[in-house]
Design a binder for this molecule. Sequence first.
Ligand code: ZN
Length: 201
Amino acid sequence: MNRFNKDFLDKLGDFNFDVLEKSKNSIYALSKDLKIIYFNPAWFKFADKNGFEKSAAHQTILGTSVLNSFGGIRLKLYFRNKYKKAIRTGKVWHHQYECSSKKKYRFFHQTAYPLPSKEGLLIVHTEMFKLPMDNMNRETFRAIEHRYFNAEGRILQCSNCRHTQRADNPEFWDWVPTWVKKLPANHKLTICPTCEHLYND
Ligand SMILES: [Zn+2]
């Protein structure tokens, strides 16, 4: 199965194809008319793991409109407008959404990076972590500390996309809404591997 169209590489500009291919995040790209022009290898794992219907995963094939994957006209219009706006303005768009299975609640985040010359979008999916601030006890605090605080007791956040690095699994960068609104005192800003390509000289 092909994972990208021939002209996809021309549209990438300064984005680093290797970074996209090796990323643990599920990533796909859209042309300016919102057709799917690329999937990275992690996309298939993500689709499997998160219980996408087999048929749905196979319907989303190269060259088809990404809007087919959204159920209902309201959702289609919503994404159409937001994606078109990101392409038109060149501004990164953040969107958080729920994708729960029968077993557990899960939240995800998608970041839409505009491709150069208004040629389309790169959509990067990450996991979202909601800090349980209302009922913080020692146990939940330890879990958060273990997941995000590094050996120096700091959290690392990307100053470009605002994702926070996991300390226990540094290849993963999560969207943590509480820390996007306000960073804790013991933070350090950095650039994540996905964003690094934006600053290629
Ligand atoms: Zn970043």
